[in-house]
Design a binder for this molecule. Structure first.
Ligand SMILES: [Zn+2]
Length: 323
């Protein structure tokens, strides 16, 4: 029996060692699986490395906007869905664009002749609201007296180029558009980002825009001048400085128009010199498009001086370029 017992115990020892070895293998396997899972988890939690592209120069969005208080007398214009322009006796208004805040910019047309002349009012909005009032008086007058327009002439009256400024305030805060831009510095002719403010309007912050022709109001009138051959143009302002011919130096035909206006009115020509350098103006742009053009100033910020400007209107209607 002894040899048999020894054989049994040997088998038992081998079995125990076998179980031990198996257990060690299982433990090793578990440790390896655990380690592998931990590594994978750590890898997934790592922040991915992203190579940033060189950034583009951001489009400037900062405007030097004046702090404004809304004029309590102004009423908000409700912008209707634009409808196609239908020219009729009862509707003379041609929408040519929208302001920054979506107010319509409209041109009124009188006459059907080949020679085309134009009046632009309200480029400085509510600060020069009396120019808009003057344009409205002219529109009413011409509706009643269409015979004033010679048969060979078409007259366009853009009554209010800066309706946002007009809605904002009838004072210095109404001068700029809703981007804080002085529209009469925004045209793409002699445009400058900055200018010496001495002798110029400096009562409130203004800019010339983020670039030449950056404003929708400017673009509206530019397109109008590009697609029509305007022979003579008056851009109305207030107040007091007189008549400024377009062009730098003054364009010859624009100077002749200024002189003819001065001959029938008391508006100073040559204008009062303030030392202001005017950049990016509508009159200079109109000259670059082939028109004789003047910036002209009413005597104050209150009156339309209608009878004097009726004489000015007749000068404009009868002006034809000699060159
Ligand atoms: Zn002005």
């Amino acid at each position: 029996m002894r040899p048999r017992r020894r054989q049994t115990s040997t088998t038992l020892v081998l079995a125990i060692w076998g179980i031990n070895a198996f257990a060690v293998l299982i433990i090793l396997l578990v440790v390896m699986v655990y380690w592998a899972r931990q590594s994978a988890q750590a890898a997934s939690q790592q922040t991915p490395t992203v190579t940033l592209q060189p950034s583009l120069t951001p489009y400037p969005t900062r405007y030097d906007l004046p702090t404004v208080t809304r004029n309590p007398l102004s009423t908000e214009i409700v912008v209707q869905t634009p409808t196609p322009f239908v020219f009729s006796n009862t509707s003379r208004a041609l929408p040519i664009g929208m302001s920054v805040s979506g107010r319509p910019i409209e041109v009124y047309t009188f006459g059907t002749g080949a020679r085309q002349v134009m009046i632009v009012a309200g480029i400085h909005g509510g600060y020069e609201w009396n120019t808009i009032a003057l344009a409205d008086q002219m529109i009413l007058y011409l509706t009643d007296h269409p015979e004033v327009v010679p048969s060979d002439v078409t007259l366009y009256i853009l009554r209010n180029l800066n309706p946002d400024g007009d809605a904002r305030d009838h004072g210095i805060d109404g001068r700029v558009n809703d981007h804080g831009v002085d529209l009469n510095r925004n045209f793409p002719i002699n445009w400058s980002a900055t200018w010496d403010r001495s002798g110029c309007f400096d009562q409130a912050p203004t800019t010339s825009g983020i670039g030449p022709g950056s404003e929708p109001e400017t673009v509206a009138v530019m397109n109008f001048l590009i697609y029509r051959k305007i022979e003579a143009l008056i851009s109305y302002h207030s107040a007091a400085l007189g008549i400024f011919p377009g062009g730098s130096p003054w364009d010859k035909e624009s100077t002749r128009l200024a002189q003819q206006i001065a001959d029938v009115s008391d508006y100073p020509f040559p204008p009062i010199e303030t030392g202001c350098v005017y950049t990016g103006t509508l009159a200079d742009y109109a000259v670059s498009r082939g028109a004789a053009a003047v910036d002209m100033e009413l005597s104050d910020h209150l009156h339309t001086e209608f009878s004097a400007n009726l004489r000015v209107l007749k000068v404009l209607l009868n002006f034809s370029k000699q060159e």
